[in-house]
Ligand binder design. Structure first.
Ligand SMILES: [Zn+2]
Length: 441
């Protein structure tokens, strides 16, 4: 058991609540076996548990672990491919790199880069778009067992249009996915997600395989309405479907356990179907800007009752950190003017934490720092001589301090990350300018 002493900011309520930010200065979180047992003041915690060690994190701010609802494992090494729209970027940048994961040794290195990148950016839970290769999925899941993150992922399925080495037959896809799900689903913090790349690259037969794979406890994710050229091509390939969402929904793939990435260009009918089925949408603002995909209609989603969370969409997205995605989401709604949904500072934290937990059906376990939740947390402690630290010292209240973290914060400001009470990441102290006694002249 540990008593964590910190300034704690979280958003346990609903998105859009004007009083949604809960803040406490010098809060004591009593953590036992990874679970928050109590949230109280320090004297009470010390009195109740006089023998327990105290971890003092008061220098900085403690936030819940971030939840990324859309991020591509095989694309970590191609972050930063600017100057293209979606279909060109896939062909020239993403898919050649994804093909390299056929080599399991290469995939193991990518898995380490990927999960390490997520952790160092404060992401403790993620719905991960996987690889087209079963061996690469084994590499990801095995590495995730080591790092301890909460990962939901699955092999990516495609049987047309993409480069040949990324395609499988529906029968082979069924067999390999079933074997992966049996091996990894429910092991530790891992879950399996049925993952057709997008209906553009999947035939009806492959989508039927997805329906067969989507048993009651598994998850589903894919892409939806990202870019106008993609939407038009899907309409051409599925002449009998009502719209893009219908290509999935008519196979039973729009469920409470379905998360669709992007949805920048939805019809009103699609929003109604998503809301009615209880699906969630992963909003990926920096990717949408980088690829010129469009300005996400958040207000229409919320008005229709569709659940929305954040995704970094690495590698089209420009980094793992959900602080940046929160800020980008804010920018996009500002740019939409009267059609935008103005986001308050508390909403940015909600989108990066609790909204994601709810979208992934994990609201009972993670997303805020209430008693009963897992201790998944991010310790933001900026460099004392940097601009973020300076502005935080001058913050007028906790909301203002949080706004400064979203405006200026980056992975460089993250000092530690915990998953299930275990310290999974600690920033390395710099050794620059330090001389050890042995080295001293
Ligand atoms: Zn994506």
């Amino acid at each position: 058991m540990t008593i964590i002493r910190a300034t704690v900011l979280d958003t346990p309520g609903t998105l859009g609540d004007p009083d949604g930010l809960r803040s406490g200065e010098d809060v004591a979180l009593v953590v036992r076996n990874g679970t928050i047992l109590a949230r109280t003041d320090v004297p009470s915690a010390r009195a109740a548990y006089p023998q327990e060690e105290v971890l003092d994190l008061r220098d900085g701010v403690l936030l819940p672990g971030f939840v990324d609802t859309h991020v591509h494992y095989p694309q970590v090494r191609v972050i930063g491919g600017l100057g293209m729209t979606l279909l060109d970027w896939l062909r020239e940048c993403a898919l050649p790199e994804e093909a390299r994961l056929a080599d399991q040794g290469y995939a193991r290195g990518v898995a380490r880069d990927f999960l390490g990148g997520l952790l160092g950016s404060g992401t403790t839970t993620a719905l991960v778009f996987g690889s087209h290769f079963a061996g690469a999925m084994d590499a990801l899941f095995a590495e995730a067992v080591t790092t301890g993150q909460r990962i939901t992922s699955g092999m990516v399925l495609s049987d047309r249009i993409l480069r040949g080495e990324l395609l499988q037959s529906p029968a082979a896809a069924l067999e390999a996915s079933e074997a992966l799900a049996r091996r990894w689903h429910g092991r530790g913090r891992l879950r399996y997600a049925v993952t057709p790349r997008f209906s553009l690259s999947t035939t009806e037969e492959m989508l039927e395989v997805c329906a067969e794979l989507l048993t009651e406890d598994r998850w589903f994710t894919s892409h939806l309405n990202e870019n106008p050229a993609e939407v038009a091509e899907v309409a051409r390939l599925f002449p009998t479907s009502i719209d893009y969402l219908d290509t999935y929904a008519r196979h039973g793939l729009a469920t409470e356990r379905s998360v669709f990435a992007h949805n920048v260009h939805p019809t009103d009918r699609e929003l109604d179907v998503l809301a009615g089925a209880g699906c969630a949408v992963a909003h990926c603002p920096s990717s949408n800007s980088a690829l010129g995909s469009g300005l996400f209609p958040l207000r229409r989603h919320l008005d229709a009752g569709v659940r929305v969370a954040l995704g970094s969409d690495v590698g089209a997205g420009t980094g793992f950190c959900l602080l940046k995605e929160g800020l980008q989401a804010y920018f996009v709604q500002q740019l939409l003017g009267g059609e935008g949904a103005p986001l308050a500072t508390a909403d940015l934290l909600h989108l990066a934490t609790r909204s994601g937990a709810l979208a992934l059906g994990m609201g009972q376990d993670v997303g805020d720092l209430s008693p009963g939740r897992q201790f998944d947390a991010v310790w933001v402690r900026p460099r004392p001589d940097g601009t973020l630290a300076m502005t935080m010292r001058h913050a007028t209240d906790p909301t203002d301090a949080l706004a400064k973290i979203f405006a200026l914060g980056s992975p460089a400001d993250i000092a530690g990350v915990w998953v299930g009470g275990h310290e999974a990441f600690r920033a390395r102290p710099t050794t620059a300018g330090v001389t050890t006694p042995q080295e001293a002249p």
